[in-house]
Design a binder for this molecule. Structure first.
Ligand SMILES: *Cc1c(COP(=O)(O)O)cnc(C)c1O
Length: 449
């Protein structure tokens, strides 16, 4: 099929995730056909620096044959077997071992799933099981944050704080949402430090309002990814940590984006010095090459759910899929053996921070923030008042399209442009990324004038 035919068949038969089907039908899809290193190429031969690592997953880029071969070899040896009914497979055990090693010291058990959404559903099941076994069944409510993202199953989407999603289904009623730590958008006249403490205290206020005896858990991403790379003020996590330590509630860190090196530490929990009871992972664990997710379970929780008898009535056909685990093993071995995370922390993240900050001088940029290998630009019409170009935040979409035209994949969340390039990006490629982003901003300013 040629490009037009492919787009025609796509329009007729393929329903895309998070998509306005009608609009997409009019515009036609971009057909991506190949990738190499940090670059992707479409069917027209247009090459783009992939500033989003696929969808926050291809942290090692697209050319790691070791992962492909590990999957291939495993598929030839034992393409599938389940881990129900007293059975297990070698790659599943080896990956569980390796995860116990690279995750924080107090986390030594893993429950595998096929995705991040399924892992957050698993968390809901573990949380309830834990409090039931502790004979505190009244602890039911899970607190989450507005504009957080925790996946798209009913459980994941209920935990998430995306109002557009909640409008389209019935949210689970035992989940409550609080203020997000988004200083640029919601900080008003407070300094970032004041606002960080304020946003953290919203958690305490909610706990007290619901009664700590009714609160089972708090879930959060270290930095909100899909919400627009919302990096909390420095005062936020230390204050949240104090609150979490004070009340007897479980803490779930959703590391689906920030796990495996994106901050320059193995996990967001390491970066912020917090101690989760459960830790969701997915995406980069296999470098995006094979679907795999899971949740790391702390010793505190594992002790209860493992030592008390009774079946945990939960699991998926593809929990601990051997080929997925082989992909995970190959990926984590590369991350560790090639010291990729050290290089992010010591070389590329500081370099990106310096170059990305220069974009704050652009006339339509209200803020340029970055941490590790993520970055965001707030597009504004007026820097002083932070006024957007319009109420519907359409500038982001314009900028995204112009960025792609300029050979850089950036994503738009409303009028916030975001990047999360592969961890293997070089400093020369960071220069290329920033130059292309600058050009996209110039073109956007011209298009919106
Ligand atoms: C992507 C994402 C999920 C959901 O993962 P899926 O594999 O798409 O189900 C959950 N949490 C966060 C923070 C994510 O970014």
């Amino acid at each position: 099929m040629n490009k037009n035919q492919l787009q025609q068949h796509d329009r007729e038969h393929l329903l895309h995730p998070f998509t306005d089907f009608h609009d997409l039908g009019q515009q036609g899809t971009r057909v991506i056909t190949s990738a190499e290193g940090a670059y992707i190429t479409d069917i027209d031969g247009h090459q783009m620096l992939d500033g989003m690592s696929g969808l926050w997953c291809c942290n090692l880029g697209y050319s790691r044959r070791e992962i492909t071969e590990a999957i291939y070899e495993q598929l030839n040896k034992l393409p599938f077997y389940n881990s129900f009914f007293q059975c297990t497979t070698v790659p599943a055990i080896e990956l569980a071992d390796l995860l116990s090693e690279v995750t924080p010291a107090h986390m030594n058990n893993v429950f595998f799933t096929g995705s991040g959404s399924e892992a957050n559903d698993t968390n809901l099941r573990i949380i309830r099981r834990y409090w039931d076994l502790k004979e505190q069944p009244e602890k039911r409510i899970v607190i989450s944050r507005l504009n957080g993202y925790h996946g798209s199953t009913i459980g994941g989407a209920s935990l998430g704080g995306m109002s557009g999603m909640h409008k389209q289904f019935q949210k689970l009623d035992y989940i409550e949402h609080i203020q997000q730590p988004y200083w640029f958008g919601e900080g008003g006249d407070m300094s970032p430090e004041e606002f960080g403490v304020y946003a953290a205290r919203c958690l305490e206020e909610k706990i007290l309002q619901l009664g700590p005896e009714n609160v089972a858990a708090f879930i959060a991403e270290p930095i909100q990814g899909a919400g627009g790379v919302i990096i909390p003020p420095e005062t936020y996590w230390p204050e949240v940590k104090k609150i979490l330590d004070h009340y007897d509630i479980l803490f779930v860190m959703d590391e689906v984006i920030f796990g495996f090196g994106r901050t320059g530490q193995w996990f967001g929990a390491d970066y912020y010095g917090v101690k989760p009871d459960l830790m969701t992972f997915a995406k980069a664990v296999t470098n995006g090459y094979f679907p795999l997710g899971g949740t790391m379970v702390s010793d505190r929780v594992a002790e209860v759910i493992k030592s008390k008898g009774g079946e945990f009535t939960h699991g998926y056909t593809y929990s601990a899929h051997p080929a997925a685990c082989a992909a995970g093993l190959a990926t984590l071995n590369i991350l560790r053996d090639e010291k990729i995370i050290d290089n992010v922390r010591e070389v590329t993240a500081p370099y990106l921070a310096k170059r990305w900050a220069e974009l704050a001088d652009h006339p339509i940029v209200g803020e340029a923030r970055s941490l590790g290998l993520v970055g965001a630009l707030e597009l504004v019409k007026d820097k002083g008042s932070r006024a957007r170009f319009d109420d519907k935040c359409t500038a982001g979409g314009v900028c995204r399209d112009l960025s792609i035209k300029n050979g850089l994949v950036m994503r738009a969340t409303g009028d916030t442009m975001i990047i999360a390039p592969p961890l293997i990006i070089t400093t020369a490629q960071v220069d290329e990324l920033v130059e292309k982003a600058h050009r996209a901003l110039d073109d956007t300013a011209r298009a919106l004038a």
